[in-house]
Design a protein. Structure first.
Lengths: 333, 342
């Protein structure tokens, strides 16, 4: 049995412009101890699908309309507030993008760490403080004991993100949701943080969902990758398989549009033409249709099923047999 | 020239020529003041500290580094948007730091800037047409019907519909806004454009569209770019030469292929190894240099080489004495570096 199974999740936002289908029929599994990369561009629903797991969607305007989120055999969507609170931060923890805004500025780092320990681990007083110092040491914060009494503003961006990771790992969670954990940081700091996160999750046997738009980060750390577009997972495979042998035109488009550090200049990048669709007015067929290089008439009318296209490799595309890394010339637009 | 021998020029690319911009010992310090009524200067933030380089006509010079390293300040100081504290910026034979007023404005027509944030850099109350035509009005380059035609032509040049002239910025996506910003920069037919993180705020698929547009425009109009970015992969793709900055200093500067295939400075090496490559087969075999700690404050930069606090190969000399900015390459394939250990 997988650790987490998301089945046909739909999270909608009811706005003045209509119903925005941020997550629209997403299904995936996370196995125990694995690292799953969730990639896609802004507005594709990757953050909302993670927030839905912990039921952190602001309501209204948001609402989880349907679906199941099975975690260790229980449907998280059916739990009451008290029960879900026992899971949040304890069995499923989260690291957010903005280390600046996700820590409380008026509480010391030590207090914020011990709060979780008191709540979930029943550690109090000096025992909690000792554990907090241990956690800070574990994520590589020098002079951990002294720094417990410091406030978030006394830490740099990278150090704050380390504190966030220490906090997330404090209750030894089974699953860690990392939403763009290094996007706000510089590359050398990004490398430090990702290494810490990777080391700890392997040590603790924690499964990780890492949400990012950076295809390089996914290539380095993820065992498996989900690619999202317009609220759905459109392709899933092991990282190696996905990069070697992408089967959805959007995945191909993403891979082709990023310049690589280890390649000398090609004549031109191959961008994906056009713009992502408006999630409040999705077309009936495949939402990638207008930008696709392999489109056929059928794609406009019917959303493609999630087909098996290789070993543990699924893609939602009618034409996935024909899809290659090389884009046909002048096909789109 | 070094470029033509060392790198493949793009098809139809104008030849890279003589020096267009020469920056010599450029310093930009920002004063830190204290006191309520009488502001005393208590310290300096050394944003840019004695850097020298040149930009050649028709080339793209990439400037990389982490936040706060002074790369944007360098761009602004070249355009005299921030007046340098010391040093000179010679643009096509004229030292811009020595002139002001109308004389400087005449040079401003030849130098433009494209900004990072396509949301903040366009006035939300102005129509796209007036945004793009404002520079034409200021520099008295066109008026009336001619101005209108020029705006439509510019919109087409950057791949937008000419009818968009009557619309307002909020009606456009990030990528389209960045195109509007590019059209505004092109309006005065500049020679030189400072592109300050022009694609950082955009999604990858849109990034590629804008990068391609910038390259097309360079070919079409023979533009010279200073391309400032923190994304090294993008810089490798677009630049002819690349400079690496750290804490206000230039660490290394050479042609694109040398910097990526044969980096000499330990900071450049660490920076390159920190960038993940979108290919698991390559990525899982790579060695990483993980730098320890954070960038020191530019208020109190370390003595000697500013990188010594994080450098894996620092020796006593690095802590005591500033390195010299020296060319370790050959005359036709320059490789500048600021390090005792190279």
């Amino acid at each position: 049995m997988p650790l987490l199974e998301v089945k046909d999740l739909r999270t909608y936002f009811y706005t003045q412009e209509g119903v925005v289908k941020a997550v629209d029929g997403t299904s995936y599994v996370v196995e125990e101890g694995e690292t799953l990369g969730l990639v896609g561009e802004s507005g594709c629903g990757k953050s909302v699908s993670a927030l839905s797991i912990l039921r952190l969607i602001p309501q209204p305007p948001g609402k989880i309309v349907s679906g199941e989120i099975i975690f260790k055999g229980r449907d998280l969507l059916k739990l009451d507030e008290d029960e879900i609170r026992k899971i949040r931060g304890n069995e499923i923890a989260m690291v957010f993008q903005e280390p600046m805004t996700s820590l409380n500025p008026v509480l010391t780092i030590g207090r914020q760490l011990t709060e979780t320990l008191e709540l979930h681990m029943d550690l109090h007083g000096q025992a909690a403080r000792n554990r907090a110092a241990e956690l800070l040491e574990m994520v590589g914060i020098p002079e951990a004991k002294r720094r417990l009494d410091d406030y978030p503003h006394q830490f740099s961006g990278g150090m704050r993100q380390r504190v966030m990771i220490a906090m997330a790992m404090s209750c030894n969670p089974k699953l860690l949701l990392a939403d763009e954990p290094t996007t706000a940081l510089d590359v050398t700091i990004q490398a430090q943080i990702l290494e810490v996160m990777n080391r700890l999750s392997r040590e603790f046997g924690t499964a990780v969902i890492i949400i990012t738009h950076n295809l390089g980060v996914v290539a380095r750390y993820a065992d498996r990758v989900n690619v999202m577009y317009a609220g759905r997972v459109i392709e899933t495979a092991s990282a190696v398989e996905l990069y070697r042998n992408p089967k959805h035109p959007y995945t191909v488009g993403l891979l082709n549009s990023v310049p690589r550090l280890d390649e000398t200049r090609k004549e031109k990048l191959i961008p994906i033409e056009g713009l992502p669709p408006d999630l409040a007015h999705l077309p009936p067929g495949c939402p990638f249709y207008p930008r696709c290089a392999w489109r056929v008439d059928k794609c406009r009318e019917e959303y493609p099923p999630f087909n098996l296209v290789g070993e543990k490799h699924y893609a939602a595309c009618w034409e996935s047999d024909r899809v290659r890394r090389e884009v046909p010339v002048g096909a789109a637009n | 020239m070094a470029q033509q021998t060392s790198s493949t020029t793009r098809e139809g690319r104008a030849a890279i020529g003589d020096t267009l911009v020469k920056v010599d010992n450029l310093k930009v310090y920002f004063p830190v003041t204290s006191g309520i009524i009488f502001q005393r200067k208590v310290a300096d933030v050394r944003a840019v500290d004695e850097i020298s380089f040149e930009i050649r006509r028709g080339e793209t010079l990439g400037l990389v580094g982490e936040s706060g390293c002074g790369k944007s300040t360098t761009g602004k100081a070249i355009l005299q948007l921030t007046r340098p504290t010391a040093g000179s910026v010679v643009f096509d034979g004229t030292d811009l730091t020595k002139i002001k007023g109308g004389e400087l404005r005449r040079f401003r027509r030849r130098m433009q800037m494209i900004f990072q944030d396509p949301y903040a850099s366009l006035n939300p109350r102005m129509s796209v047409g007036s945004i793009i035509s404002e520079p034409l009005t200021i520099h008295k380059l066109a008026s009336g019907k001619e101005k209108k035609e020029r705006v439509q032509q510019l919109l087409q040049t950057v791949g937008l519909n000419p009818y968009f002239a009557n619309r307002f910025p909020h009606e456009f996506s990030g990528g389209q806004r960045q195109r509007i910003g590019i059209a505004r920069a092109l309006a005065v037919e500049p020679d030189f454009i400072v592109c300050d993180e022009p694609v950082s705020a955009l999604d990858v698929s849109i990034q590629a569209q804008i990068i391609n547009l910038l390259q097309d425009l360079q070919d079409q109009f023979g533009l010279t770019y200073l391309f400032i970015a923190h994304d090294l992969s993008v810089v490798r793709h677009i630049s002819d030469r690349v400079g690496v900055m750290y804490l206000g200093h230039m660490m290394e500067l050479t042609d694109r292929d040398s910097i990526f295939e044969n980096p000499l400075h330990p900071y450049t090496k660490a920076l390159l190894s920190a960038v993940p490559i979108p290919d698991p087969d390559v990525e899982r075999k790579r060695e990483r240099i993980i730098l320890l700690g954070d960038v020191p404050s530019p208020l109190r930069p370390p003595p000697g080489c500013v990188f010594h606090t994080r450098c894996p190969i620092a020796i006593d000399e690095c802590r005591a004495r500033r390195p010299d900015w020296r060319n370790v390459g050959t005359a036709d394939r320059e490789h500048w570096v600021w390090c005792h250990r190279v």
